[in-house]
Design a protein around this ligand. Structure first.
Ligand SMILES: C[S@@+](CC[C@H](N)C(=O)[O-])C[C@H]1O[C@@H](n2cnc3c(N)ncnc32)[C@H](O)[C@@H]1O
Length: 204
């Protein structure tokens, strides 16, 4: 069985480590928690969130069984303000999606996603970190294929992102405090899970 609550489980870890005072947001109403570019059950669709993905429309997720999870078909670039009111959310979560946005639009996109949050709400962004991947393959040239697949994803990725750049963009977007997830991930089974950016910020 695929996991059914991946975003909540993941945020329990990340917030527990970085912003434990924000953990109560995870038990708040699901309607106030938004998962942007959520994917399908295979990715761990979470029943505690409103799950938005353009592929629920007519893409590869159309018609897939999503159990009890609330899903919304929409593009997180162009449909956001048709779907949501600014300030409606306590949590915005997006895992392995921001790198799908053309790099010239990333800064503005982060501002738009941030505008969904009320003050005190949190935004989490995760994905492949270009600098951490480069550091990894410096010592492990045998990981060439895995690293390219992770960074470029057959051409689906349109921006190279790294933690420090992202943290700067989140401060520019109106976050009062932004932290990279500081847990030691060197023991993680997957090489690539060790080289993700995982950044969380609190909206001013
Ligand atoms: C690599 S998957 C990540 C899925 C899930 N968030 C996870 O953590 O496994 C990227 C997802 O983002 C969606 N996506 C990419 N660009 C999008 C956009 N502009 N609007 C809505 N969904 C988008 C894709 O359809 C896909 O389901």
């Amino acid at each position: 069985m695929p996991p059914t609550n991946f975003p909540t489980m993941h945020l329990l870890n990340v917030l527990g480590d970085e912003f434990p005072d924000k953990l109560p947001l995870l038990t708040g109403p699901w309607i106030e928690k938004i998962n942007l570019g959520s994917g399908g059950v295979v990715h761990g669709i979470d029943e505690g969130f409103v799950n938005v993905d353009r592929s629920y429309n007519d893409g590869w997720l159309a018609g897939s069984d999503v159990g009890e999870a609330c899903i919304v078909a929409g593009d997180v670039l162009s449909d956001l303000f048709d779907l949501f009111e600014p300030g409606c959310a306590s949590v915005v979560y997006s895992h392995h999606v921001i790198e799908h946005i053309p790099h010239r639009l990333v800064r503005e996109t982060i501002k738009q996603w941030a505008s969904l949050l009320r003050p005190g709400g949190i935004m989490y962004l995760g994905g492949p970190d270009a600098i951490k991947v480069a550091d990894l393959v410096r010592d492990r040239p045998d990981l060439w294929d895995e690293a390219n697949s992770f960074l470029i994803s057959g051409g689906a990725h349109r921006a190279a992102i790294w933690e420090q750049a992202l943290i700067g963009m989140m401060y520019d977007a109106g976050f009062s405090e932004v932290k990279a997830w500081g847990r030691d991930r060197s023991e993680f089974k997957s090489h690539m899970a060790r080289v993700e950016f995982c950044v969380v910020g609190v909206k001013s």
